[in-house]
Design a protein around this ligand. Sequence first.
Ligand code: PMP
Ligand code: GLN
Length: 378
Amino acid sequence: FISKLPQVGTTIFTTMSALAAETGAINLSQGYPDYDCPPELTEMVNNALKSGHNQYAPMAGVMALREQIAIKTERLYGATYNPDNEITITAGGTQALFTAISTVVNPNDEVIIFEPAYDSYAPAIRLMGGVVKSLSLEPPDYSINWEMVKRLISNRTKMIILNTPHNPTATILRKEDIQQLYSIIKNQDIFILSDEVYEHLIYDGETHESIARYPELRDRSFIVASFGKPLHATGWKIGYCIAPEYMTKEFRKIHQYQVFSVNTPMQYGITEFIKNEQYFTDLASFFQQKRDHFRQGLEETRFKMLPCYGSYFQSVYYDAISTEKDTEFVQRLIKEAGVAAIPTSVFYSKGTDFNVIRFCFAKTQETLDKAVERLMRI
Ligand code: PMP
Ligand code: GLN
């Protein structure tokens, strides 16, 4: 039996969450809330279950949900997408990413990714026979040198994967980044896959630079979003992909055989819930409060904080505490402090270690306070 992914083991998220459960540690590793989603939302899903929405959804997703997504995208980013042939509901952001990569990547095609990179991109590219071209970004600012990107581009470059706000670094792309990107690829046949699952989690009044805002780029872009983060319901695994018609047409050819369609009652419940437009607007301040509270606590520890502009992750240097590798340090942190974190070297293909670990702050104030109290002891 020949492994298709010989270098790949079990994801760090599964590993760290299992270890946290086993040891009873406070789990600030895998990104999900420790509080429940809004009760009105579960009520709306219950109503959908009770009113007989229990059979296959249309292949591309429940139309009413696609319509709501079109309204939201127009309102937030000024972009018009046709729910009929440009929006597809997927099993979370993960499937949307996988399907988008499957749609365009052929053997030997090159795909540029920025490391540290969310861990699902590279395996999906490799499964399609593609070649991963990664550009390594460095703390504390993790900024992209677009001249270097230009140098990475070849006549085999098929796609560039963006992620803003970024997991794990909590950085965001700014208008100048998008402009530079455009100036590099405007005369080339290169697709964009923009992972925007943290679109609403952006702080200090910063703007989310969705690719949807840029007509000249949106014509060649898959934009991936998820309801997991904004609805505090990561277990529901409902996300979506928006892309121009010619790309969506091919995306759906693959989507229909990967999952056909996704969970029907959840889609109806979410449709009702997101009619409340204010909900998404209020999310930033909800999470900013958590970020600020957690950061205030971390001031009292020996960890040094990196900036956090978006997402629900806070990265820290631990070099004042230990010189261990980050993968070793997180093991000790679990055992000695009872707090689980994610080592960021796992998001670099070469395992580059900057002594930075990532905490998730999508937690109740009580959990954050307890975690900080423990982190003060190490
Ligand atoms: N992209 C990024 C950057 C993520 O952090 C995640 C996980 N939360 C996903 C995609 C996958 O989203 P989902 O949980 O909806 O599959
Ligand atoms: N995106 C979440 C994180 O970064 C977890 C996703 C997963 O467990 N696969 O922690």
